[in-house]
Ligand binder design. Structure first.
Ligand code: PLP
Length: 456
């Protein structure tokens, strides 16, 4: 791996080459900075590294720490076009120098970006709200559902994550992210069992009927209480557990049931949209449905705070009639230029295509590990959104939680950044920049094999 790190470093231009000036300012020592971070930075997620590497810069799918170590970034679902992209730095620098202001003003890049997003959405979804994050986008989508339906009750999937702001947090019931999620849910949120075909209540692809019945039963409870339905929010693949595809036909049936009761269907594309699944630009295309509202964020800004809600004009107008929407920085000229440049890079570098070919290749390599190591219970997902689920027993599916944490620590030592995820923290969720090369995918598979071979 030392040789590999050397090769990555050789590819990465120096700060002086990238910026046209030298930015090698002296940095505080890693240990000292960690102490300062622990003293002043709010507590990070539970499953964060105990000793996070102090990253100094990045290039494509590689990260470099202050001590000169190189890492392969396999978890970064935000930086989709890769780290240190020169086209983004140039475009942002130019726009910052010209103007950045709030979105109240009429500005070319804002109109152009809204138009591009509407053009990427299915026909009829032609109205775009620009915000700063996925949580905000989902909060706004729920407000739109309330305004349009005139009802308040929302359906979401158990163990999903949709954000941390008040409404998006309410529809998130991921126990790993928030252990209180099941007890503190407000009374307008109704969580139905997740259609997890691997370890859910019903197994296998034939489980669609049972999972759809679970939704109908929830709705019947609402009918009995004479409560109206505002909408349904979910991701088009079961994201929290590493991208398990929903059973075939699930969303078609659920969308029809929800719409029959006057509710609107929200597709949370924050993780799975923008080509990550490789085969389609949007995740919901996998299920052959068209949502009423799409929410998107994360990769669309490549790490810059940017999110959007895309919907039909009549739904947007319902909010205009009875509510208010204004976001100071959402879709600012700089944010819109970032959004436009990310779309250009995705297109010009054929990154969705790369997600498909490299993702398919990596999945085959990971599945081969499943033949050697019984602990690899399953390899989920598609494109560059894969999940390796570790179990102690393939029959009982007992989650290998401690083992997964140890594997991640060992991978870090070998130069791979990876985190445990899922409600049992027993899944390696693989979501690298979409520019991941085939060589890097092979490196990851080899390092994982080495860890599994050596023990941890
Ligand atoms: N929706 C999904 C599916 C997510 O994974 C996340 C973040 O992890 C969000 C929404 C919230 O996005 P943000 O962190 O930008 O607020």
């Amino acid at each position: 791996t030392a040789g590999q790190a050397e090769a990555w470093r050789a590819l990465c231009p120096s700060p002086a080459q990238m910026l046209g000036f030298d930015c090698d300012a002296p940095l505080p020592a890693a240990g000292e900075l960690l102490q300062r971070r622990q003293r002043h930075f709010a507590r990070p997620q539970k499953n964060y590294y105990r000793q996070p590497p102090q990253i100094e810069r990045g290039w494509k799918e590689h990260l470099f720490d202050v001590e000169g170590r190189a890492y392969l970034d396999m978890v970064n679902n935000v930086t989709i076009v890769g780290h240190g992209h020169p086209r983004l730095s140039a475009a942002v620098g130019r726009q910052w120098s010209l103007l950045n202001t709030n979105s109240r003003f009429h500005y070319a890049s804002v109109a152009e970006f809204s138009e591009r997003l509407a053009g990427l959405a299915p026909e009829g979804l032609d109205t775009v709200f620009l915000v700063n994050s996925g949580s905000e986008a989902n909060d706004l989508a729920i407000r739109l559902a309330w305004a349009y339906s005139g009802a308040r009750h929302m359906l979401s999937l158990l163990e999903a994550y949709h954000g941390w702001t008040v409404a998006s947090d309410a529809v998130s019931t991921s126990i790993a992210d928030n252990p209180q999620a099941l007890t503190t849910r407000p009374d307008w949120v109704h969580a139905v069992i997740s259609p997890n075909t691997y370890r859910g209540a019903f197994r296998g692809e034939g489980s669609t009927v049972d999972y759809v019945r679970a939704v109908s039963e929830k709705l019947e409870e609402l009918d009995q209480r004479r409560e109206g339905l505002a909408g349904f929010i979910c991701e088009a693949v079961y994201g929290n557990a590493g991208g398990i595809p929903l059973p075939p036909g699930y969303l078609q049936a659920v969308y029809a049931t929800v719409r029959a009761r006057g509710g609107v269907c929200i597709a949370d594309e924050v993780q799975v949209g923008y080509g990550r699944l490789g085969h389609h630009f949007w995740g919901f295309e996998e299920q052959r449905v068209v949502p009423d509202i799409i929410t998107v964020a994360k990769g669309m800004g490549n790490g810059h705070p940017l999110g959007a809600v895309i919907t039909r004009r009549e739904i947007a107008e319902a909010l205009e009639k009875e509510g208010y929407f204004f976001s100071s920085a959402g879709g600012s000229p700089v944010s819109s230029v970032v959004g436009l440049t990310v779309l250009d890079i995705l297109h010009d570098e054929a990154l969705q295509e790369n997600a498909r070919t490299v993702g398919d290749h990596l999945k085959v390599r990971l599945q081969a590990l499943g033949e050697r190591f019984p602990m690899v219970g399953a390899v989920h997902g598609m494109g560059l959104y894969l999940g390796v689920e570790f179990v102690r027993d393939r029959e009982t599916l007992e989650p290998a939680t401690q083992e997964t944490a140890a594997i991640c620590d060992r991978l870090l030592e070998l130069g791979v950044i990876m985190q445990p995820t899922g409600d049992h923290l027993n899944v390696l969720k693989i979501k690298p920049p979409l520019c991941l090369s085939r060589e890097s995918a092979d490196f990851f598979a080899e390092m994982l094999e080495r860890v599994l071979d050596d023990g941890w």
